[in-house]
Structure formats: C-alpha cells, structure tokens
Design a binder for this molecule. Structure first.
Ligand SMILES: Cc1cc2nc3c(=O)[nH]c(=O)nc-3n(C[C@H](O)[C@H](O)[C@H](O)COP(=O)(O)O)c2cc1C
Length: 365
C-alpha cells in the first residue's frame, strides 16, 4: 500500500516537501487521543525478547531512527508510535540556521538512496532545549538521543564553544548526546575528525555535560564512512582513552561509486551526502574495524544502508549494540519498523541466543 502511495504521491513531489507532508501526518496521528495508541499497537508490537540495554538505557528494541529526520525534536512521540525503539533528534547547532538553499534533498529511487545537502537547517539549541523541557514525561516516553553540530557561521577554531553551548542547553534533556563531526554539508566540519582536534573537543563537551547534569549523560561521536582506515583506528583509540561512551558509524558519504543513476543526473544533483543502500558495505566495514579495535570497550551504533532485518542482524552480530535507519524509512514507509522487528525476532529465535545483547558481536571475523 505504501508503495502505491509512494509511486502516486510522494515520488511526484519534491522530496523535501514530501518529507514535511509525511512528517505532518505522523505528528497529526500522534496528537489524536486514542489514535496514537491504536497505531502504536499495530505498528510497534513489542517482542519482549528484543528488549535490550545499551549506554545504561533500557530500550524496547535495538532499532532507532537516525539523526536528521526530526532535526528540531517536534515529532518524537509520532516516530516512537511508528515503532522506532529510540529517536535521535538533530543535528541541532548552537544557533538557529536556515541551512542550504533548496533544492537540497534528492531521491535516487533505482539505487534506494538519497543525496542531501540540507546543511543543518534547525531552530537552534535554545529553542530545541525549551521544547524538550516542555515535554511531559510519562512511562511511554521514548529514549531520545540529541545530536549536536557546529553552527555554519562559527569559525572552525571556535567550534568547541559552539558545541559546548549546545551541550549546556541540551544535555539535561538527552538520554544520550552525539557530537556530529561527519556531515559533508557544513564546510570544514569533517576536519574536526582529526584526532588532535576531536579529542580536546570531546573532552570539553564531556566536561560541559558533567557541569550541566548531575548524572552521567552518555556521549558518542558520529563519524564519516569516508575516513581512511588508519583514521578510524585513531579515533577508536582516542575514544577509548578519553572514556567516550560510544561511536556511531556512519554518516553519509561523499562518494558516488556503484550507482545505477546516470552520471549526468548525479552531476546535475551536485554536492551532498549519499545515504541508503549504496552505503551498506562501507558502513559495515567501518563497524567491523571499530569492533576489532575497541573490543567491547565502547558502545557501537551502526547506521548506513540498513534496509532489512537481515541487515540489522548482520550489524548486531558484527558488533553493533544498536542500529539506526533513515533512508529506507523513506522508501519502505510506516510498516518498515514492524517488518524489521518481526524479522529480528525471528533471527534471534533461530540463533538460539536469548537476547540481543548476547547476539552482539557473535559473528566470526
Ligand atoms: C535528509 C537527511 C538528513 C540528514 N541529516 C543528518 C543530520 O542532521 N545529522 C546527522 O548526524 N546525520 C544526518 N543524516 C544521516 C543519517 O542519520 C544517517 O547517518 C545516514 O543517512 C545513513 O543512514 P541510512 O543509509 O539509513 O540513511 C541525514 C540523512 C539524510 C538522508
């Protein structure tokens, strides 16, 4: 049914407009008393066997929504209603910003991929913090990750102050915090992945979180798939050394290899980060490298090209404590999370493991 809706409606619309329309419907459904519970009961059935713990958090399952879908934290309950086990909001920057001029989101339908150069369009850390503060806290409140990034107009040398500002405002409302240094759409951002810069940045953000909140808010860094293998190792070593809680691998790629879409169309689209199916192999590779290097000392969150329960299971067995998706949600629609959960339940049962945590890293090599 969603395939029909996608082909007849969404595919014909500008991708960003389609995103806003779909997200509006999701929020609307979640705001109608009774309807939210009904939709949740259908789309997000909970297999107790999938319950898991990571980052000191209890989660109904290992499968969350990656950052970028809900940049301002406006639809967390709607996204949880659809079956995501946790929702990462953001990227939120220190100051509000409009992002890049449109068009800035493109579909590569044949490749089950997206290219985006949104450029961190968001309402800024003060407004998002106020929104999170106003949220009623109930037993059904989902786990919320808050992903932070650098405001575009802030110079690279002043990046730390911008991240610290966001941390001071947002840490209190975050179940975990993510320092995003891997979006290709903010000039210079990915330079912050150099260990000599990244280490002190993460230490300062850690201290800011500890100053702001009495309890430990887990801190992770999100990295690009385009890093050289030695750089991945260096970040992994540094993360362990400074006591970071985890790494999210990966963000979108600036690569354009192996696409079915014509070279002319890719050229016409221009700059941006590629996500979805073409990212699968490299994201898995980065995860495997991180796992080998960190040997269980960090929480690993896998994202990039996850489309099926088998993909999610593959990441889990190769060391991912948690998994996330974004692009496949666009192509698969609101029943996607249900399908992935059903498949994961089946894989878990067939494996003989009794929990996701037992399955984490169980694959050989
Ligand atoms: C339109 C769009 C916007 C995104 N915005 C962000 C963002 O603001 N911050 C971030 O860390 N990742 C962002 N991402 C990256 C995703 O969170 C994810 O890492 C990436 O898309 C790979 O996962 P996927 O193949 O399942 O889409 C964005 C992705 C897309 C498609």
């Amino acid at each position: 049914m969603y395939k029909l809706l996608f082909d007849l409606v969404f595919k014909k619309m500008d991708p960003e407009k389609a995103h806003h329309l779909a997200f509006f419907w999701i929020r609307l459904a979640a705001s109608v008393p009774g309807l939210r519970q009904l939709v949740k009961a259908v789309l997000a059935p909970r297999d107790p066997a999938l319950r898991t713990t990571a980052l000191g958090l209890d989660l109904p399952g290992p499968f969350g929504l990656g950052a970028g879908f809900d940049k301002d934290g406006i639809g967390i309950d709607g996204l949880s209603m659809l079956g995501f086990d946790f929702v990462e909001i953001g990227t939120v920057t220190g100051e509000p910003q409009a992002g890049n001029p449109a068009p800035r989101l493109f579909r590569l339908v044949e490749d089950r991929a997206l290219i985006n150069r949104m450029g961190f369009n968001n309402q800024g850390s003060a407004r998002v913090a106020a929104r999170l503060k106003a949220r009623p806290h109930t037993s059904s409140t989902p786990v919320i990750g808050v992903n932070i990034g650098k405001t575009k107009v802030v110079e690279e040398v002043d990046a730390t102050a911008d991240y610290v500002k966001s941390t001071e405002r947002l840490a209190e409302y975050a179940d975990y915090l993510v320092v995003n240094v891997s979006s290709p759409n903010t000039p210079g951002l990915r330079n912050l992945q150099t260990v000599s810069t990244l280490g002190p940045l993460l230490v300062d953000v850690r201290q800011a979180a500890d100053r702001s909140v009495a309890h430990h808010v887990p801190l992770l860094v999100k990295i690009a798939p385009d890093l050289a293998d030695e750089d991945i190792d260096a970040i992994a070593d540094m993360a362990v050394q400074i006591g970071l809680d985890g790494i999210i691998a990966t963000n979108t790629t600036i690569g354009r290899d192996g696409l079915r879409e014509s070279a002319a169309r890719i050229e016409e689209i221009g700059m941006g980060g590629l996500s979805g199916a073409p990212l699968k192999a490299r994201s898995l590779e980065v995860l495997q490298r991180l796992r080998e290097r960190t040997a269980g000392q960090l929480v690993l969150v896998a994202v990039g090209g996850i489309e099926t329960a088998d993909d999610a299971w593959e990441r889990i067995t190769h060391g991912a404590d948690l998994v996330q998706g974004y692009s496949a949600f666009v192509y698969e629609g609101p029943f996607w999370m249900r399908r992935v959960h059903k498949g994961l339940s089946a894989r878990l049962r067939a494996s003989g493991f009794t929990s996701i945590t037992e399955a984490v890293g169980s694959a050989k090599g």
